[in-house]
Design a binder for this molecule. Structure first.
Ligand code: AMP
Length: 304
């Protein structure tokens, strides 16, 4: 079973207190599609300009990501620049150049339209709607979002919630969207708006998963000693989660979702060990299994 991923494809400029790198492969769809490719075939929908380096297209191909839905058009690729503070949880956007994104009209190739699992990675809600309009009877739709869309496209975002099975957002965004300070209350409000399942990410403190009838799971975060670049952690999480779920798309149950958030967290934990998608290119299946076992041990305890 494959997963369709739509989102941004970017050339990033990232500054951390210790390092600075330019022209890095970034964007929500880049991280999400490569992460998902560890678990299932991926169909990528996105747009880049003529300046987009071929080596990045080769990376998608190496990961078996179908790029029939990738538009390469005259103009420049979307560019984003961000700077992290000493506390790597704090990031400021330095600049954004939409470039070819400004006129992006995602049109799905015919071969994409029956994809059972759809990941609407972080991108303007209008574009997420537009992609969803073209998919025939998707079995499981996951949407990611960010504070920018809560501020600037709230109505379209709320309309999207009614169309998806699962929403992923971080704790600050959950509070911002609902006006609730308690994440438990925020989760109830968000699920009432449409999505049956909800994942609230809490950065270095893990993630909370909510489902029907009080179903709840708290996933720890991997205790990493060295974080080099947090960029794309959320997108990698979403991609790993959706890719893993594609195996279970005939019937997504809470047990599969619990494992899916663990797999998303594992890939995100590897991703932040290096800049851009560098670590996602070298991580092995054995390393993923090793961290899976560590995650199990992290939250196991005896009754006495
Ligand atoms: P994250 O660290 O998960 O927030 O994702 C970072 C990635 O999101 C970067 O690689 C950026 O290129 C991309 N990005 C930043 N701003 C936007 C935006 N407004 N829409 C889509 N993608 C964005």
């Amino acid at each position: 079973m494959s997963v369709l991923v739509v989102g941004s494809i970017a050339l990033d400029h990232i500054k951390t207190p210790l390092e600075e790198h330019q022209n890095l492969l970034g964007g929500s769809a880049s991280y999400a599609s490569v992460a998902a490719s560890f678990y299932s075939p991926v169909k990528l929908v996105g747009i880049v300009g003529e300046d987009f380096p071929n080596e990045h297209i080769e990376l998608f191909k190496r990961r078996n990501v179908d790029i029939a839905g990738l538009q390469v058009v005259p103009g420049k690729t979307f560019r984003w620049s961000g700077e992290y503070m000493w506390d790597l949880n704090i990031r400021e956007t330095r600049s954004v150049a939409l470039n070819v994104f400004e006129h992006f009209n995602p049109t799905l190739p015919e071969t994409y339209k029956d994809t059972p699992v759809v990941l609407l990675a972080n991108i303007a809600p209008d574009l997420q709607h537009h992609v969803l309009d073209q998919v025939r009877l998707p079995r499981f739709v996951v949407a990611d979002t960010m504070d920018l869309w809560i501020d600037t496209a709230r109505v379209r975002l709320l309309e999207l919630l009614a169309r998806v099975h699962m929403l992923i957002l971080n704790d600050g965004e959950a509070r911002q969207l609902t006006g609730e300070t308690s994440l438990i209350k925020a989760a109830r409000r968000l699920r009432d708006m449409g999505p049956e399942y909800l994942a609230i990410k809490k950065g270095e403190h893990g993630c909370l998963l909510f489902g029907d009838n009080g179903q709840f799971f708290s996933c720890p975060a991997f205790p990493l000693e060295d974080i080099h670049d947090p960029t794309g952690a959320g997108d990698t999480f979403a991609g790993g989660l959706a890719g893993y779920l594609a195996r279970y798309s005939t019937k997504v149950e809470f047990g599969a979702l619990r494992r899916a958030v663990v797999h998303g967290s594992i890939l995100a934990s590897y991703n932040v060990e290096a800049f851009s998608l560098e670590r996602l290119q070298t991580v092995t299946r054995d390393e993923i299994s090793e961290r899976f076992d560590t995650f199990r041990r992290l939250s196991e305890f005896d009754a006495e």
